[in-house]
Design a protein around this ligand. Structure first.
Ligand code: GUN
Ligand code: FE
Length: 430
């Protein structure tokens, strides 16, 4: 057992922050044991780290991230989705057939996730199983919790970055068998890229694998208008893009659909009915001029919404940045929509970036008793005087003005994470 002392703040519900000033957050067996203003007699002997005035918050959960696009951050973001995929994304992802390239860049990626306090992440890898396994190994060593998906694509893809249907399904099953029980916090996830690049046979085959091995599923849905038109042309037999996934057996309570910017009412209802998650990626939606997801509509319909950086369509890894962008996006949506309804509040976006997305992982993203002990310690002295602001105000200020330098410690499932070492640093030390 151990305890961290500081100003504890989290959201057990989206409506408001829960705050325990100058208190102890106690861990036992990797889980939250309790929060105490004074330690009870039977806990007096446990090891305590006192972080003084610092904030203690749950680790960040990123619901949507493309690992092999990490090296492309900031490139080609004056394009729209489909052109950006062709020109920048597919050529970069194709490079991950090379193990040395994968090792080098995925180690850099693990370091950046660590730096930015992302303690749980749902990742797309590339179509290559070798690179995907390297990525899983690196995340496991870094101690970061993750679902990692080997990407599947067998149509409408460039000939340097495509698989045959059989090849795709066989390689995916082999990779599942090799990795599903290999790590404690890193797991495989079924990952059809999106409908335009996946044949019906592939999607149905992947749905069967998800069922056979009880796996999670991720894909993209209704991100861009051109993409939606394309899906309509490919599958006129379905009423909506979401119904294509549903018809293939890919939409259930284990599924995350990224973006859902343009989902019509019945698609939102379908997501709610299937208990699927939606990953809101405001940064990426700005960059690729995709539009703004009407998050409030999804919440009102009962869809579970988390946040995603969507690197490399998003150019920022820190989930604190995505939180502030989600508030900004909702305000623009509200303004453009004739000022009807309510914008997202800071507690709502914080909830989405912690407990909301954390639900996909289990009991993750909160400090309620029994939740996995995923915590960050935030030192915000350089962001302004701490004395004249409440704990909640200081958290707001960190979300808007802070960066990775304000994150002092990171814990996942009770374990303190040390900084992953990059290959360059290892080489320099020799
Ligand atoms: N749709 C299909 N592939 C991608 C991708 O890599 N990024 C985004 N943002 N959307 C996609
Ligand atoms: Fe994406």
């Amino acid at each position: 057992m151990k305890g961290l002392k500081g100003n504890i703040i989290f959201t057990s519900s989206a409506e408001k922050f829960e705050i325990y000033e100058n208190s102890y957050l106690v861990e036992s067996h990797g889980k939250v044991y309790g929060i105490y203003k004074e330690l009870p007699f039977n806990l007096k002997e446990i090891e305590i780290q006192d972080f003084g005035k610092s904030l203690i918050i749950p680790g960040f959960v990123d619901m949507h991230f493309h690992a092999p696009q990490f090296q492309n951050i900031g490139l080609g973001l004056d394009e729209e989705l489909l052109e950006w995929l062709e020109k920048y994304t597919f050529p970069e992802e194709a490079k991950y057939s090379d193990s040395e390239y994968s090792k080098r860049l995925y180690t850099n990626l693990a370091k950046q996730l660590w730096r930015n306090g992302t303690t749980r992440v749902v990742l797309f890898s590339s179509i290559h199983t070798s690179g995907t396994k390297i990525l899983m190994d690196i995340l496991d060593r870094a101690g970061i919790g993750a679902y990692v998906g080997k990407v599947n694509m067998d149509r409408n893809s460039p000939d340097f970055y495509v698989e045959s249907t059989e090849e795709s399904l066989t390689a995916t099953e082999e990779w599942i068998l090799e990795t599903k029980d290999k790590y404690q916090l890193v797991k495989p996830i079924i990952t059809p890229r999106f409908v335009p690049t996946c044949s019906e046979k592939l999607m149905k085959g992947l749905a069967n694998l998800a069922k056979k091995y009880n796996l999670k599923i991720q894909s993209h849905l209704s991100e861009n208008e051109g993409e939606i038109e394309w899906v309509k042309d490919l599958h006129p037999e379905f009423d909506s893009y979401g119904e294509v996934y549903d018809g293939m057996g890919l939409l259930n309570e284990n599924t995350i659909m990224a973006h859902t910017v343009h989902s019509p009412e019945d698609e939102i209802e379908l997501l709610a009915k299937r208990k699927a998650f939606s990953a809101h990626c405001p940064n990426a939606n700005y960059n690729l001029s995709s539009g703004i997801m009407p998050v409030r509509k999804f919440l009102d319909a009962g869809v579970k919404v988390g946040l995603g950086s969507d690197v490399g369509a998003g150019h920022q890894i820190g989930m604190y940045k995505v939180m502030s962008q989600a508030v900004q996006a909702s305000k623009m949506k509200w303004f453009e929509g004739g000022k009807v309804g309510k914008c997202l509040s800071t507690s709502e976006v914080f909830y989405m970036g912690t407990k909301g997305g954390g639900e996909f992982f289990g009991k993750v993203g909160s400090f309620e008793k029994g939740y996995d002990f995923d915590a960050l310690v935030i030192g915000d002295e350089d962001l302004g005087e701490t004395d004249f602001r409440s704990v909640e105000e200081r958290l707001q200020r960190f979300i808007y003005c802070g960066d990775d330098r304000n994150i002092i410690k990171r814990y996942v499932a009770g374990k303190l994470l040390s900084e992953p070492t990059t290959e360059r640093e290892v080489a320099a030390a020799l």
